[in-house]
Design a protein around this ligand. Structure first.
Ligand code: GRF
Length: 226
């Protein structure tokens, strides 16, 4: 399952979205994939938490919703082996992590090398890890944002597909800043998946190159408006 994406010749890429929580980014992806012309379709939503709101969003959209609880397994490797089995059973070709709160082993990440995206609520490489909005406020940056990137074994690392910046306003607190960033997340995750699934965004070493045909999309790649 590792390596670069196969040419999809007009076929829609079969995607699993992995969630642990409410799934508002999942919803943005489901909404985009509802268009039959979108180059990807969501065939599975997988969660490590049975109570994740994202599972309800999947069911409402008529998408398979499966829980694999990490608590049922002795270690990460057996938990991930169970997830792999579910992914294989659903014919999944590509993974989007959307608020999936388990650290994945290097072995799992390598198996999905070039076939797994994550969304992170900061302008990477700034502010990796948790509490990114608090980190941004503490650093006093004037711009903050979000990043969709391919997943590498190192946390919050990997070739960047799309970023969006938002201003940090004088009265911002963590909540107001998070809400502004989340709005941008919902815009860029579907855009990133579209660029990758259509073959317009291709990994080249540590970076992602955009094909010329993606030039129109490129204009939105760093949207600064709301
Ligand atoms: C988002 O902020 C995303 O960037 C981060 O986890 C959060 C998930 O939110 N990785 P939601 O479940 O998509 O609403």
């Amino acid at each position: 399952m590792s390596g670069s994406l196969p040419p999809n010749a007009g076929r829609r890429l079969k995607v699993a979205v992995l969630v642990s929580g409410g799934g508002s980014n999942l919803q943005a992806l489901l909404d985009a994939c509802a268009d039959p012309a979108f180059p990807a379709e969501i065939v599975l939503v997988l969660s490590n938490k049975a109570e994740a709101g994202g599972l309800d969003r999947a069911r409402r959209a008529g998408v398979a919703a499966v829980t694999v609880s990490h608590r049922d397994f002795a270690d990460r490797a057996t938990f991930e082996a169970a997830m792999q089995e579910v992914l294989r059973a659903h014919g999944v070709e590509f993974i989007c992590l959307a608020g999936f709160m388990r650290v994945l082993t290097a072995g799992f990440v390598e198996q999905w090398n070039g076939r797994m995206l994550n969304i992170h609520p900061s302008l990477l490489p700034a502010f990796k890890g948790l509490h990114t909005h608090a980190q941004a406020l503490a650093a006093g940056v004037r711009f903050h944002g979000c990043t969709v990137h391919f997943v590498k074994p190192a946390l919050d690392d990997g070739p960047i597909v799309v970023q969006a910046s938002v201003p940090v306003l004088p009265d911002d607190d963590e909540d107001s800043l998070a809400a502004r960033v989340l709005t941008a997340e919902h815009r860029i995750y579907p855009l990133a998946l579209k660029l990758v699934a259509s073959g317009d965004a291709v990994i080249d070493g540590n970076v992602v190159r955009l094909r010329k045909t993606a030039a129109d999309a490129a204009i939105q790649i760093n949207p600064s408006d709301e």
